[in-house]
Design a protein. Sequence first.
Length: 337
Amino acid sequence: MTIVSEPISMDHVDIHSDSFGDDSFLRSGLKLNHLRMIVAIEDSGQISAAADVLNISQPAASRMLSEMEAITKTPLYERVARGVVLTTFGAALARRARKILLELREASREIAELKSGKGGSVFIGAVTAPAMSLVVPAINRVRKAYPGIEINIQVETSNVLARELLAARHDFIIGRIPDDLNPRLFEVREIGIERACLIVRNHHPLLKRKKTSSLTDVRDYDWVFQPPGTLLRRTIEDIFLSQGVALPENIVNTSSLLLTCAIVCETDAIAPVAVDVAHFLASQGAKASDVRMLPIDFDINVKPYSLITARERALPPSARLLYDIILEESLKQGAKA
């Protein structure tokens, strides 16, 4: 089994067919690159960035947009201070274009799998805790039973992953639906509650105490947080506020677990991480083994995470296989808890 981190790309294909019913757009010259352009514009809000995605010049991108407006006979975008935004018509075309591009990508994937005899490829995203506690054991099971499957994994925050899922860059994700996205766009199956803890370096001053540490005890140390607005960060902040304790003032913000560990191991800083992550770090026979879980007198329970798919988008067989195995792992671990 091969595990890689970059999604596959799709070559340019022109659409020419008279079998689509009302195919006026096709007969007027609408091409696959037009669809890729409108999706790139929606994703980036910049003509120059969309041109980079298609590997063309900015003037060529502008001409392509003009061609699309001539074909659809309607304005598709408007210029704003920082770039462009799609009109209602442009957004409707982008939504359909995204689905067409996804179906073509899936067709390319399926044909490639049939030709090679491999088990297929899967594109998933996960927040850190279930990536370690569920995805890793699921990969071990898949590797033994279906060695030909190629798995592509992105570990990120739910804010990033949910948008990647809607952009059809993932088959499914494990995380939460961000508050600013429409939940009707997703199919959700809750599979676990993330428990978090605080980590410090071995021989940290607070570890020398005979009693557990309170919020007041930990507040004046340096902290390493996830970026503002992330779920674990908000959870910690809410705990401080609910107990009337001032928020920490000396903060480093980073989404990198590696950098978090480096800072914690070299200083007296405190960092919140998932319990599964803390157990893993403390068990390693390397510098990461300097990390210890700090005994505290309060609980850090983060919002439950779920298996999430895009509504009305069927999972290909290889993705369905991994989805089902991850679900089995979550049920197994839930039974042990």
